[in-house]
Every structure is written in structure tokens, then in C-alpha cells.
Design a protein around this ligand. Sequence first.
Ligand code: 5GP
Ligand code: ZN
Length: 113
Amino acid sequence: MEDCIFCKLANGEIPTEIVYEDEFVAAFKDLNPQAPIHILVVPKKHYDNVMQVEENDDIIAKIYSAINKIAKKENFAENGFRVINNCGKDAGQTVMHMHFHVIAGKTLGDKIL
Ligand code: 5GP
Ligand code: ZN
């Protein structure tokens, strides 16, 4: 996908500190962190958002498997964390490359559910 910032970050076209990567998934720090730890976990392949994940595509499982590994590697598995995915306009999605926010490192307030 041309001109997609997260495609470029996830595939090394724009250099950034990569927290985790495997064949399908990459993770890097959010530019504007909302918690002491704020990592974005994204597929290397472009999807606008969850609505483009087809039946039988296991990318979401791969993303959560990556989150599991990142939580252990970055030492926040024990204290816990929150995963947020904004999908579309009403959720306020601003970057149209599917991404999962992983926030951790403090007691997380502002629960909406
Ligand atoms: P959304 O609102 O779409 O769920 O989240 C987009 C997130 O991407 C925001 O938290 C924003 O700070 C982050 N972001 C936007 N542009 C960049 C960038 O160029 N690099 C990084 N690392 N994060 C970005
Ligand atoms: Zn993309």
C-alpha cells in the first residue's frame, strides 16, 4: 500500500525502533504514548482495519501471539496491560493500517467498560 506510514514502519522502509517482529507482525512504540508503555502491534501486510480480515485469516491470532511474547519480553505480563483496537470513524481510527494499541506500565484508569 503506497503512502501508508505503518506499512513503511512495519517493513523497515522508514527506520524505527522495532520492539518485536516475525514474518507477519511488527511492533513499535507509539509516537504519542498514552502510558509508560504504549506499543503498536501491526500486521506487515496492509489491512485498513479489522473489517478487511477475511474468514479463516489467522492474522488476529498471530497478532495476539505477538502481544503475548512482547508482554513477556518487555516485562509487563505479570502486572497486566490493555489492548485497544479502533476500527473506523466512530471509534476515531486515525491511521488506516490495522493496529492494536498495547498500553501498560501503570494502573490504567479511564475504563469505559
Ligand atoms: P488510532 O487513533 O488510529 O487508533 O491510533 C493511531 C496511533 O498512531 C496514535 O496513537 C498515534 O500517536 C500513532 N501514530 C501516528 N503516526 C505515527 C508515526 O508516524 N509513528 C508512530 N510510531 N506512531 C504514530
Ligand atoms: Zn499499511
